[in-house]
Design a protein around this ligand. Structure first.
Ligand code: ADP
Ligand code: MG
Length: 726
């Protein structure tokens, strides 16, 4: 082995790693040489090290702009772990006290501090600017740099002020880093930071170990997800929902179904939030249900699945969120539930925002829809979106590649699309082109009088869906290009022009049909509910036997569709059997016994999970008040304090808590009981309820006599009911 070079030695010395990952070394060399640097590297790629190591090797302090307070704290802690000197890294943000800030400043001026993390808001504060002007700065790093662009998934206006402030403080080399950037976003960032000449280091965005899957979101989505989680027992997973309300609701539903899950969103009390995050990191719970607020900077290497309950607002967001699965290179199942209705809802939310912003939001959504609906390799589509070409035909690790749809020739169709685009001088978006093809007289088309053109309606033999598929796949194949700067106008590439002169074969796959509720996409792991062929044939044999014995034709016993239904849903009681089409009470009684015995044996021997077993328990329709009470109790807030904060009498609060317990939610109020009651008293009352035949309060009061107050009895009864009944 070659002797280690200096940089690798420094890596080992400061961070304990033996080798650099990916582009790290070249990036660090570029920073050390004092050049501007732009880094595109997927989540988990090791971006932090690209500025941390040079900061230690260079003279002065590196200023790191980073968007989240929590993130900063983690990074500073991590840096301190590597160093003997606590002052080596600091952060300045709004959470620090005046005296803490003074300490930070002292360390910086004394030269101890190599890295200073600042939030953009703090960077722009006059007093900080004043201070930083006296500091010797080695370089600036802008982490999560996609926040600069409105086209990114997490735009923050204050990020756009970084460059002017840097100019005020004093120009030094700049390194910008992000895990997601389409070519458009990358350009935005470089332009805004005034670093168009920067050396760009782009790692591949391909995450080979991630399995991408999109399923239609039906009314059964809760059930689908519960089933998925149960078949992945003991593994860690994240479920993303778009609203805080949904996060809370769904976390409750999961808990009610015996899954260890906790919610996480920005609206929660910060203590609970970080406790929940820790519980997930420490594997006290398997699942975290979260809004996208969760995950930035979360470094749990073995998240085995990421589920999108709602379709994300952009593919950047989706990529970033799915990127949290399988960071250790192991299994990572990315499952998204898609419905067109969700998309429309999201579009509606945007109304009321400035028009330009709406337009951007809509374009981003359309890209997400295209991704969800496509039957092309998902990896190919995603990577194309990030400006990367994926050359393989079949990635072998997405739903579309595992269940490829038949390709159909679309040479003529592509010709027609190109014809329309060229006739319209490449000045329109996909939607408009499709309307022209199918002959849809929108008011826009009328105002341009385009309905009078020959190409208007030239594609009316095919429907919109096909045309969308042709256009999307022509984009991927490089016949067309989207002019993102101009909100997605379609342009014909040189390859497209070549095609117009000399058409060649162009095969496409039709998009998935998502509007029909019941479409069944074959799923990895066989979650689809197809007929069990083994059971089906055994039942046919049984029917034959019975038919001989009873001397009736087989169909008189049960008809084929009934047997098929049985081999799908596995009824094992006479009641369940009567739910099968073609089986009434009479038939069930007369012929059913042997069938259900057979099914039962089959189910047991093969450990089959019956759909009936999976009936999802819903959480009792709890009002907001009840939900909030349960949360406070989970947080171990004293019950009298809860009552005060909700404006309730203590008795009224107990009414609510009792209702919660009676509806089947289990809560634990021991923390409070142990605080306000004697242990013996609790035990006495508890024992009483154990032996009693009724939970009636009056009777309990009478029976237990004057030793206990009504409130005490009610409190212990809550404990008892929660532990026994639920
Ligand atoms: P990113 O910011 O790109 O998502 P991080 O900087 O958080 O990634 O790094 C991800 C993980 O990779 C961290 O646990 C980090 O310690 C680790 N890591 C970074 N560089 C190396 C390296 N050269 N060798 C081994 N592990 C590394
Ligand atoms: Mg990072």
């Amino acid at each position: 082995m070659a002797k280690k070079d200096k940089l690798t030695e420094a890596l080992k010395k400061h961070f304990g790693f033996d080798t650099f990952k990916g582009n790290q070394k070249a990036i660090i060399e570029n920073v050390l040489a004092g050049n501007d640097t732009f880094v595109l590297m997927p989540t988990g790629g090791g971006k932090s090290l690209c500025y941390q190591l040079p900061s230690l090797l260079m003279e002065g302090t590196a200023i790191v702009v980073s968007p989240l307070i929590a993130l900063m704290k983690n990074q500073v802690d991590a840096m301190r772990n590597f160093s003997e000197e606590d002052g080596v890294a600091h952060f300045i943000n709004s959470s620090l006290s005046k005296s803490a800030i003074d300490q930070v400043k002292e360390d910086i001026l004394s030269g101890k501090t190599k890295l200073l993390y600042v939030a953009p808001e703090s960077l722009t504060k006059e007093e900080n600017v004043e201070f930083l002007r006296q500091v010797k700065i080695s370089f600036y790093a802008v982490d999560e740099a996609h926040c600069i662009s409105e086209w990114g998934h997490d735009f923050r206006p204050e990020y756009r002020r970084i460059r002017p402030i840097i100019n005020e403080i004093g120009k030094r080399p700049l390194i910008a880093l992000t895990a997601t950037a389409t070519p458009k976003v990358q350009h935005d960032i470089q332009k805004n930071l005034g670093m168009t000449d920067a050396a760009v280091f782009k790692s591949s965005f391909n995450r080979v170990n991630l399995y991408y899957e999109v399923r239609p979101k039906t009314a059964n989505v809760d059930r689908d997800i519960i089933k998925f989680i149960k078949s992945n027992e003991g593994k860690s997973g994240i479920i993303y929902c778009l609203s805080r309300k949904k996060v809370e609701e769904f976390a409750d539903i999961l808990k009610a179904n015996g899954i260890k899950a906790l919610p996480y969103h920005a609206g929660m009390d910060s203590q609970v939030r970080s406790a929940n995050q820790d519980a997930f990191l420490m594997e006290q719970v398997d699942v975290i249900v979260a809004t996208i607020a969760f995950g930035m900077g979360i470094d749990k290497p073995d998240v085995r699945y990421v589920i999108h309950y709602d379709i994300p607002k952009s593919l950047e967001g989706y990529y970033q969120e799915t990127g949290r699965a399988g960071r250790d290179g192991g299994e990572g199942h990315c499952l998204a539930f898609y419905s067109y209705k969700d998309l429309q809802k999201l579009e509606k939310f945007m109304q009321g925002k400035p028009v330009a912003e709406q337009e951007i939001g809509k374009q981003l959504l359309l890209e997400t829809a295209a991704y969800a609906e496509t039957s092309v390799c998902r990896r190919k589509v995603l990577l194309h979106y990030f400006g990367e070409e994926y050359p393989e035909d079949n990635c072998g690790n997405c739903d579309n590649c595992l269940n490829p749809k038949k390709q159909v020739e679309a040479k003529e169709l592509l010709g027609a699309v190109l014809e329309v685009i060229s006739t319209l001088k490449e000045k329109f978006k996909a939607e408009y082109i499709v309307n022209m093809l199918v002959g849809n007289e929108t008011s826009e088309i009328q105002s341009y009088k385009h309905n009078e053109l020959e190409v208007f309606g030239s594609g009316q033999d095919e429907d919109e869906k096909i045309w969308n598929a042709v256009i999307r796949q022509a984009l991927i194949a490089g016949y067309l290009e989207k002019d993102i700067e101009n909100y997605g106008l379609l342009k014909i590439t040189p390859k497209g022009k070549e095609f117009m002169k000399k058409p060649v074969s162009f095969k496409i796959t039709e998009d998935h049909e998502f509007e029909e509720e019941e479409e069944e996409i074959p799923v990895r792991g066989g979650a689809s509910c197809a007929v069990d062929p083994v059971l089906y044939s055994m039942m046919k044999d049984l029917r034959k036997k019975l038919s001989k014995r009873l001397e009736v034709p087989p169909f008189v016993i049960f008809q084929d569709p009934s047997l098929e239904a049985m081999a799908t849903t596995y009824p094992i009681t006479l009641e369940e059997l009567q739910n099968i089409p073609g089986v009434g009470a009479g038939k069930a009684k007369r012929y059913g016994a042997e069938f259900i015995a057979l099914i039962k044996r089959h189910v047991e021997e093969n450990e089959i999970e019956r759909p009936e077993d999976l009936r999802v328990k819903t959480v009792a329709n709890k009002s907001k008040l009840k939900v909030s009470i349960v949360q406070s109790i989970d947080r171990k807030v004293a019950l009298d304090d809860i009552a005060v904060s909700k404006g309730l009498e203590f008795g009224e609060l107990l009414d609510e808590v009792e209702a919660i317990v009676y509806s089947g939610t289990r809560i634990n109020i021991d923390y409070f009981l142990n605080d306000v009651m004697d242990e013996d008293h609790i035990e006495d009352i508890y024992e009483y309820f154990k032996d009693s035949e009724t939970d009636d309060l009056e009777e309990a009061i009478e029976e237990l006599g004057g030793d206990y107050t009504e409130e005490e009895i009610r409190l212990v009864r809550i404990k008892f009911l929660s532990e026994m009944a639920n």
